[in-house]
Design a protein around this ligand. Structure first.
Ligand code: CMC
Length: 433
């Protein structure tokens, strides 16, 4: 049965359709509101705005649920691989064995980066942040690999090319930044092993592959693979809605992810923990500062726009932390600080009342540190993981007949009609006054 909402505005009653999602989520379709009444809706930060219909990821922030194409994140993290999860997100179904094999073969075949692109890296200043480099490199891919959007097979190859090359470009950026020889991808290694090898193999010390760390990287990337309409995904959709090429849309997503309130939080958490350690701050002092409205100190890795309970990804990441630290036989003093902070915050009235729980970034930095990933590369690791989600969301938008170019409205609060005064007259008037 069709549902409607009634709204009385300026004494006039109007009827607006209600849209119901497959999990019972409800939205009032306000598309006819302005034509009928002249009113727009006001929602800065889009906290209560549904910008699209999507069949990719389901989240329930109150219950702490996250599912890709209906499959719980816990099951994917336990049993899937990053490549299989990427296939699931982009195509909507789990691959057959043949499909998985051909995907892996294509990912390996496409992994080298065009030799001329190497020159780009060498011309960046040595301290350039790898997220800036990655965003520029992905945008530049359009010039090297123009995609043919009207051919399905070509587009499928474009998605895989992006997933394959982003990993090579990220590892290359790291090697060049530390002045080491670039390690090329190896056809005998799987997606995650190849990345670790490209990052850590060197002429002096050959990299010893560890299956547990490869598994940990798979899980890390699965947990980051999609998160419905977050800031960077919205950037991808908004930029893509102008019908720009996919590389530019993804490049915009990488830039959006860089911010410390979004994907940059994993790096910000480590900086915060290091500062706490260096300054000898107590847990109580940190909590007090985070609660002080006059102080801009926030507990990084805490809070989320959608989750009002423990982020299900954070639960898995916390378990991973123990596994990886045990594996590399390392005791990270930042982990003790993190655990104490978490315990104190979860028992604090301010955090409880505002439903502030650890998010995925709270423990992910410690996992990455233990794997040997440098702090500057943390957000790049998030970007590699999020890529399949961005692609799936871009694709969904591209083929959705209901989607239009994104163009929000505003409430204008500036000057009302004003006269232009020529500069001579302005000077004359100011010298008199
Ligand atoms: N520490 C202290 N207070 C906080 C925090 C925090 N981490 N997060 C939110 N608050 C307070 C905030 O001050 C506000 O208080 P009041 O109501 O008195 O003004 C209230 O909680 C609501 O916060 P908000 O900023 O209005 O909420 P939001 O939905 O706009 O922001 C957020 C969500 C994630 C940006 C925010 O919680 C935050 O800045 N967290 C730290 C950064 C972080 O960890 N980001 C990673 C997010 S998860 C990765 C991803 O998917 O992007």
């Amino acid at each position: 049965m069709e549902e409607f909402a009634k709204l009385i505005i300026d004494g006039k009653e109007i009827t607006l359709p209600v849209i119901v999602g497959s999990e019972g989520e409800r939205a009032i379709d306000i598309r006819s509101l302005r034509p009928q009444t002249g009113y727009i809706t006001f929602d800065p930060g889009y906290g209560n705005t549904g910008a699209c219909k999507s069949a990719i990821t389901y989240m329930d922030g109150e219950k702490g649920i996250l599912r890709y194409r209906g499959i719980p994140i816990e099951q994917l993290a336990k049993s899937s691989t990053f490549v299989e999860t990427a296939f699931l997100l982009i195509t909507g179904k789990l691959p057959t064995r043949d499909e998985l094999t051909s995907t892996s073969v294509y990912l390996n075949d496409a992994s080298p980066v065009h030799e001329s692109m190497k020159a780009f890296y060498q011309n960046y200043p040595p301290k350039a942040h790898p997220m800036g480099i990655l965003s520029a490199m992905v945008n530049a891919m359009r010039s090297f690999y123009p995609e043919l959007i009207d051919l399905e097979e070509e587009m499928n190859n474009t998605y895989l090319r992006l997933i394959s090359k982003i990993r090579t470009m990220a590892a290359m950026a790291y090697k060049i930044s530390i002045g080491q020889r670039v390690i090329y991808p190896r056809p005998d290694l799987c997606y995650c092993s190849n990345f670790l090898n490209m990052m850590f193999d060197s002429a002096v010390v050959p990299y010893r592959m560890d299956n547990d760390l490869v598994r940990a990287l798979n899980v890390f990337w699965i947990l980051h693979a999609d998160h419905e309409q977050n800031c960077s995904t919205t950037a991808v959709r908004v930029v893509g809605s102008g019908k720009v090429n996919i590389y530019s849309a993804i490049s915009a997503g990488i830039s959006a992810l860089w911010g410390p309130l979004h994907g940059g939080a994993n790096q910000a958490v480590i900086h915060m923990l290091e500062r706490i350690r260096k300054d000898g701050m107590s847990v109580e002092q940190c909590i007090a500062r985070a609660k002080d409205a006059e102080d801009d100190f926030r507990l990084m890795g805490f809070g989320h726009r959608v989750y009002k309970t423990y982020d299900p990804r954070a639960k898995i990441m916390k378990e991973m932390c123990d596994i990886v630290l045990k594996k590399v036989k390392c005791k990270d003093p930042l982990l003790d600080i993190a655990r104490n902070l978490e315990e104190a915050a979860l028992n604090d009235t301010y955090f409880k009342e505002k439903n502030l729980y650890p998010n995925v970034d709270f423990y992910s930095g410690i996992v990455l540190r233990a794997m040997g990933i440098p702090t500057d590369m943390f957000t790049v690791m998030f970007a590699i993981g999020r890529l399949p989600g961005w692609i799936a969301q871009w694709k969904e938008d591209w083929i959705d007949p209901e989607m239009k170019i994104c163009r929000p409205r505003q409430i204008y609060t500036g000057n009302i009609l004003n006269e232009y005064v020529p500069i001579d007259q302005r000077e004359e008037e100011s010298s008199v006054s």
